[in-house]
Design a protein around this ligand. Sequence first.
Ligand code: ZN
Length: 269
Amino acid sequence: MLNTRYSGNAYEHFFLPHLSSDQVKDIPKEKALAVLHIGAVEQHGKHLPTFTDTLIGEGLLAKTFEKFTREDNIWLLPSIPYGKSTEHLYHSGTFSLSALTLQNILMDLGKSTANNGFRRLLILNTHGGNNDLLNMMARDIRVETGLMVFRLNPYSEKTKTLITEEEAEYGIHGGDVETSMVLDFKKNWVDMNLAAKDFFNFPENKTSLNLKGNRYFAWMAEDISKTGIAGDARKATMEKGKEINENISDFMAETFLEMADFEIDDLKK
Ligand SMILES: [Zn+2]
């Protein structure tokens, strides 16, 4: 039901399009932060919904905004539910934007943010495949509009203490972490009977090559996984998800406040 999705502090008090045009105009913009979340609709194995990344982002935002008051002046835009999911294109349930389409959407919304008088835009990302493009676009939006633009991937160092070392290093998709997070947000959207374990197999003499970092190789989901996931989803629990979501939303709240207070012009003094 719509009324449960758009409830809580985030939507009652901080959802920018909840306001009227005049109310948006009247926001003091000097220290305000506009938050634009982007997720993905893509395969996440047999046990998770394809909406996983967007669902996680919206869930984390709902928790994060519980920690704010109006004086914090942080404003939530509607999420972009689709992302760049080219690595999952050959799986059913994946609905991807091309790089060019996503660039245009981000630039248009960046320009709108600036036209509304905001000075700061945060692009909050909950899908790894968006990352490279978002970093590029954050700079391009800054160049084009003069906005201060931030890109944040929600993360907590504390998650590592709740999962195995192997999971922390290679559990990048639909594994213990994401499955636990979704169990906390929407338990009935997960089928734990179908949860699998699937870690990709690096040849021992080539361990310096990686899916991310300096020695990178381009990959598709089917290059690294038989099941579509990377990690051990069987280890996931709702309790763990609750703790992970709590820790990450603390990190997000802290970071949002820092961004709202950031002045890029102070850097060169
Ligand atoms: Zn995901």
